[in-house]
Design a protein around this ligand. Structure first.
Ligand SMILES: C=C(O[C@@H]1C=C(C(=O)O)C=C[C@H]1O)C(=O)O
Length: 116
């Protein structure tokens, strides 16, 4: 059996270097995810204000069904678990809908105010 540790339990420096290299990429990817989510929420906040101003409901299940089907297909092509992709999208959408409900209730600063 090969081992990556020395007898004293220290990890091989080459393994440490490889781990550090991979973690740098993970940190970059996490930063990109945060920035992409921030941009997505900027868009969905605008959608929330538009909906509140025009008496449209916070949630749109038909649109969500399309997005889930599309994301599942993208995930399959990318060899990502489609069930995980669906769960992640549902988690994000649930938060967006909460925001839209708060905007419609007029409980968010800069909202259009309560509906008539
Ligand atoms: C952003 C919208 O509002 C809700 C949130 C969605 C999303 O986060 O993608 C999709 C549909 C709606 O339930 C929208 O209607 O487009």
């Amino acid at each position: 059996m090969t081992t990556s540790s020395t007898a004293t339990g220290d990890v091989d420096p080459a393994i440490r270097a490889e781990l550090a290299r991979l973690r740098e990429s993970i940190d970059n990817i996490d930063a990109a995810v945060v920035h992409m989510l921030a941009e997505r929420f900027k868009c969905t906040q605008q959608v929330g204000h538009l909906k509140a101003a025009h008496q449209l409901p916070p949630a749109d299940p038909a649109r969500e069904a399309q997005q889930i089907a599309r994301l599942r297909s993208l995930a399959e092509n990318a060899r990502l678990d489609p069930a995980f992709a669906e769960k992640l999208l549902n988690f994000i959408i649930a938060e967006v809908i909460r925001h839209h409900e708060r905007i419609a209730d007029g409980t968010v600063n800069g909202a259009t105010g309560p509906r008539e």
